[in-house]
Design a binder for this molecule. Structure first.
Ligand SMILES: Cc1ncc(COP(=O)(O)O)c(C=O)c1O
Length: 457
């Protein structure tokens, strides 16, 4: 058997409204060429994010009906807690409405001016929550991660020597060490078990806890099984347990590898920290047996955690992105390699060398994908990262377009369609022009900035 099939059948469908190029041109102008302003009904294939966009299973919907909405001590909480503990055996599991709420609670306790929190690469909400307390968020990913062509199998790894050096110099300022698995901001690249253990060993030797941002823990474990020597005969569940066995806590967005549309948690072993976190939770989220969630959400997460470690699912999941990556590479479209777990990242700066970075080649490509094929992707480049704290603009390190794949939502023919649209974009690439920003907010401009196409120059 050669074809890796979608390991599920479709029971409920959501129609896709098929639009024309002419219609989409009008919609783009109406949205000021910002894809966040397009209504999702007007998108044919939505690859904006893999967060909260999963298709829930029949079992999850059945679990939603079992959800118990008691304020305190709901059985939904205990089912959720035991599903988390089966994989990540932390003493305290504290539900939150999503991942950033777990981060906000954690760093409101351990952050603060003068503190430094190292990670492989902090995701932007993690960085934001650390910096909001006055602390510094530091990225210590291995140098290979910065080269889109480097085929290193674990480009999410932390540079352990730099971590050790930092702990030696600044140990007193560091409340904890973090690791993001997989490394979303670095292209969804995995962290090896060997690296997780080495980071834990160094952190513990310096008396610091290790917290894992586990949003895509199952995809990370699958990469460990496929790529790390000695791991191929072990189950994903065993590998997941090993990943978390050396950690002291975690933050999680259940909108990723728990197949849920909302939810998250903060977990830890430290009783004192947990008591402080629960106090904060009651102020900002809710009572500790529901956090910011409904009982039905907790039940959906509990089932999602059983389903996500299914190896047939993970094989199909990772293969879908690899398949798109291979076909784009065959078309000569530059991508970040190896392909990550949840997304394919296209190197728009290399693809459109005639569009200067300050005319946003990533945005130009993302707009072309929508115009020609109704595909919505996300610019991860100068629009997103090009404004410094003093308000000045410069080009980002890379101009990428992320094609993030929602879980269990699209099929092989959707993937083929995405490739065909790229084929058409590649044919017309010399004609693609950059954009200029005509209005932008002071922060997080990518969400609401208004653009217009650059003409004539
Ligand atoms: C690695 C990582 N950490 C944290 C978060 C934040 O999670 P949430 O969107 O649930 O707040 C995300 C979301 O995309 C993420 O990818």
């Amino acid at each position: 058997m050669k074809t890796i099939i979608e390991p599920f059948r479709i029971k409920v469908v959501e129609p896709i409204r098929v639009t024309t190029v002419d219609e989409r041109r009008v919609l783009l102008a109406r949205a000021s060429w910002n894809l966040f302003a397009i209504h999702s009904d007007d998108v044919m294939i939505d690859l904006l994010t893999d967060s909260g966009t999963s298709a829930m299973s029949a079992e999850q919907w059945a679990a939603v009906m079992r959800g118990d909405e008691s304020y305190a001590g709901s059985p939904s909480f205990y089912r959720f807690e035991s599903a988390v503990r089966e994989l990540m055996p932390f003493r305290h599991v504290i539900p939150t409405h999503q991942g950033r709420a777990a981060e906000a609670i954690l760093f409101s306790i351990v952050g603060g001016p003068g503190r430094i929190v190292p990670s492989n690469t902090h995701f932007d909400t993690t960085r934001g929550n650390i910096e909001a307390t006055g602390a510094v968020a530091l990225d210590l990913v291995i140098p290979e991660a910065r080269n889109p062509d480097d085929p290193h199998p674990f480009k999410g790894n932390m540079d352990v020597a730099r971590l050790e050096d930092l702990l030696r110099r600044e140990g007193r300022a560091i409340p904890l060490v973090m690791l993001t698995v997989t490394n979303n901001a670095g292209g969804g690249q995995p962290v090896s078990l060997e690296n997780i253990r080495a980071v834990a060993e160094v952190a513990h030797r310096h008396g610091k806890p290790l917290f894992i941002d586990g949003c895509r823990f199952a995809e990370n474990a699958w990469f460990i099984k496929c790529r790390e020597p000695g791991q191929s005969t072990r189950t994903v569940t065993e590998i997941v347990r090993d990943m978390f066995a050396v950690a002291d806590g975690m933050t999680m967005s259940a909108k990723k590898d728990a197949f849920a549309n909302i939810g998250g948690w903060l977990a830890m072993n430290d009783d004192v920290l947990a008591a402080a976190a629960r106090n904060r939770l009651i102020l900002t989220e809710g009572f500790p047996t529901y956090g910011g969630l409904a009982g039905r959400d907790l039940d959906a997460i509990a089932i999602g955690l059983h389903e996500i470690v299914d190896e047939q699912y993970l094989k199909y999941r990772v293969r879908t992105n690899e398949y798109i990556g291979e076909r784009l590479t065959a078309l000569g479209i530059p991508i970040v390699r190896p392909v990550g777990g949840h997304a394919v990242f296209v190197d728009a700066r290399s693809f459109l060398p005639h569009v200067p970075p300050l005319q946003y080649p990533g945005q130009s490509l993302a707009v072309a994908l929508y115009e020609l094929g109704g595909i919505r992707a996300c610019e991860i480049g100068t629009v997103m990262f090009g404004v410094g704290p003093d308000g000045t603009e410069s080009s980002a390190e890379m101009d990428l377009v992320r094609l993030a794949m929602p879980r269990r939502v699209y099929t092989q023919s959707h993937a083929d369609y995405v490739v065909e649209v790229f084929e058409e974009v590649a044919r017309t690439r010399d004609r693609l022009r950059g954009l200029r920003i005509v209005w932008q907010p002071r922060q997080l401009r990518h969400f609401t900035a208004r653009f217009e196409p650059v003409t004539g120059d």
